[in-house]
Design a protein around this ligand. Structure first.
Ligand code: FE
Length: 176
């Protein structure tokens, strides 16, 4: 076997060893903002999420949130950090005076409780969120009314994909 041992040859060489045998498979989602509406999982009226990585081994999920209505959407507490990147439209929280606009990155620190609002003039909002652990839906005084975690997300996906004719197993490609 001949080997190009020049500096340029080595620089262009792929890694030569196998990956750890216990490593998980990578995920590559083409058209992450999908053309096929069946890939959007209904969350509530005029609110959908598009799963990208449902990480049950570390308890987080990566998804696109799409909203096509204005007004107050949800009030919730985050015990763990959230990262968001706004792809389309704008939104704000009642608890903060900043607005997240297309192109904005947002870090939501643990301990945040906030109320998501989409302004009246926004036709469609899409934001990429990484949510860690759990979202606890609360009333204005912090009393829990519901929760979401990676497992409730997986369940919602299974039910929706089954009903949409893709099969409940369709969600498996997003689970790690
Ligand atoms: Fe939040």
């Amino acid at each position: 076997m001949s080997r190009d041992s020049t500096v340029a040859g080595i620089a262009a060489m792929p890694y030569q060893l196998p990956f750890p045998e216990d490593a998980l498979k990578e995920i590559v989602v083409a058209n992450a903002i999908p053309d096929d509406d069946r890939l959007w999982v209904p969350q509530s009226e005029n609110v959908w999420f598009r799963p990208l990585c449902l990480n049950r081994s570390q308890g987080y999920w990566m998804n696109l949130l799409k909203v096509r209505k204005s007004g107050v959407l949800s009030r919730h507490r985050h015990p763990a950090a959230v990262h968001g990147f706004v792809l389309k439209g704008r939104w704000k929280y009642l608890e903060h005076d900043w607005e997240a606009t297309a192109g904005s990155y947002v870090f939501e620190p643990p301990g945040e409780t906030h109320t998501l609002v989409v302004p009246d003039d926004v036709e469609e909002m899409i934001t990429f969120f990484q949510v860690n652990g759990v979202m606890i839906h609360v009333d204005p005084w912090g009393e829990a009314t519901a929760y979401e975690d990676v497992f409730t997300k997986i369940d919602m996906c299974k039910k929706h994909f089954e009903a949409a004719g893709l099969g409940a197993d369709f969600v498996e490609q997003f689970i790690r």
